[in-house]
Design a protein around this ligand. Structure first.
Ligand code: SAM
Length: 423
């Protein structure tokens, strides 16, 4: 069996001409040798980056930290194969705006199913608040029966049979995750013991606290929830289906079946949005399907310009080699990255932003470095989102669209500033 160092060196030579810096490699040396799923994931990711034309100099040390210390904890392999209900506030803000402004939907109604909404269902709650005249239904197979917070605000969710489905630190920084996950058995015992204690002696004030069927507390006049997943939710057809950060856990045959089910659950003229994104609507990418004559028709593929040179890893995140959305995204990133005048303009603007905000700026050797250590996690992504908006305001999104138009594609800057390729 290969050692972690051998594995990392092999990938470095195969996909980055052996040019990844020592600091980056040192961080990857923390990848757990006993997790083949993690090794396969990193290999797939580096292959995708290579195909997209990403050079070693565009890999940043924040990504190396995420891969080395966080990735193994958030892959399904760490959760007995279950997809963790990870979500982050604000990640779908631009997708909500797109739904409000977009002209695809002609069904005339205002109902939406957010399938695989995650828990806590922050983004579904945000959508219901942003679209008050819509009715939003959130659905997820992992909606908890119990939600337990410990004294520090770290939480664990439990199934109907009191097994732990998932846990997460109060503030999900890399250090806080590592504290909870360095000894998973001990953390589970901590939460199990606390559950038994709070079931016997409920605490009505502050932390620790136990909530029963916690999803009910999120329901409002225009927001309801159902426990269940793709293919199993019993709901009337909706005008919009949103399925974000779910399908990249599954293979292409699952996606194909999901599309068939989405078609049944969409009203005629309605739309289906499937894709992924990260905090502050950074690293967004999605397909837009419209139901016409009883069938879902693929109308467009859109992505945010930061996918060309992302700070984090959602752009590359996928658990399967046959992920068709990743293939499409990589194809367009590659076209843009191979256009030198565009990349010169992109780097000139973007590298200056990184320097200004001290977020993974280029170092003296020409590599993207690390983040300002004083930045709080929420500030990192707020700034990343600001940088994305600035890139759009500077017209880099239109320049990217021009490159794609010159290549013979039909493309436009869509209503929320994303680069949209029309099918
Ligand atoms: C990473 S979370 C994404 C949550 C939210 N949509 C977001 O974008 O932040 C993925 C969610 O997919 C859910 N999931 C897993 N299998 C599913 C299925 N077959 N159908 C629908 N959702 C599923 C998981 O329970 C989990 O909550």
């Amino acid at each position: 069996m290969k050692t972690t160092t051998e594995f990392v060196n092999e990938l470095n030579h195969k996909f980055f001409k052996g040019e990844l810096p020592l600091l980056f490699l040192d961080k990857l040396a923390l990848l757990p040798i006993d997790r083949p799923d993690v090794f396969a994931f990193v290999q797939r990711m580096f292959r995708n980056m290579h195909q997209a034309g990403v050079p070693a100099t565009d890999m940043n040390l924040l990504q190396a930290d995420i891969l080395g210390t966080l990735l193994a904890r958030i892959l399904p392999g760490a959760w007995e194969g279950r997809v963790p209900p990870i979500t982050v506030m604000g990640r779908h803000a631009e997708i909500d705006a797109y739904i409000k402004k977009n002209t695809w939907c002609s069904s005339g109604g205002k109902s939406m199913l957010d399938i695989g909404c995650g828990f806590p269902p922050y983004t579904t709650v945000e959508t219901a608040a942003y679209l008050p005249d819509w009715h939003i239904t959130g659905a997820d197979p992992s909606l908890p029966y119990y939600l337990l917070y410990d004294a520090e605000g770290n939480y664990a969710s439990f199934d109907t049979d009191s097994t732990i489905v998932y846990f997460q630190p109060a503030i999900p920084s890399i250090d806080n995750w590592n504290n909870l996950l360095k000894d998973t058995a001990a953390t589970k015992k901590h939460f199990n013991d606390l559950l038994a204690e709070l079931l016997a002696h409920p605490n009505d004030m502050g932390y620790p606290k136990l909530e029963h069927n916690p999803i009910a507390s999120y329901e409002t006049a225009n927001l309801s929830f159902i426990r269940g997943g793709i293919g199993s939710v019993d709901a009337a057809p909706k005008d919009v289906i949103r399925c974000f950060n779910v399908l990249y856990y599954f293979d292409d045959s699952f996606l194909e079946k999901a599309l068939t089910w989405f078609a049944e659950k969409t009203t005629e003229g309605g739309v289906v949005l499937i894709g992924g994104d990260w905090s502050g609507s950074t690293e967004s990418y999605y397909n837009v399907y419209k139901k016409t004559d009883d069938r879902l028709i693929n109308k467009a593929f859109a992505f945010s310009i930061d996918c060309i040179c992302p700070l984090s890893i959602v752009t590359w995140y996928t658990n399967h080699d046959d992920d068709r959305q990743k293939k499409e995204l990589i194809k367009y990133i590659s076209m843009l990255r191979h256009n030198k005048p565009f990349m010169d303009a992109f780097y000139a603007y973007h590298d200056a932003q990184r320097l200004q905000y001290n977020i993974c700026p280029r170092n003296a050797q020409g590599y993207y470095d690390n983040i300002d250590p004083n930045l709080q996690p929420q500030d990192i992504w707020l700034t990343a989102s600001t940088m994305l908006k600035e890139l759009n305001e500077a017209g880099l999104n239109q320049m990217a669209v021009n490159v794609l138009l010159d290549s013979g594609l039909q493309a436009r800057v869509n209503e929320v500033g994303h680069i949209e390729v029309l099918v």
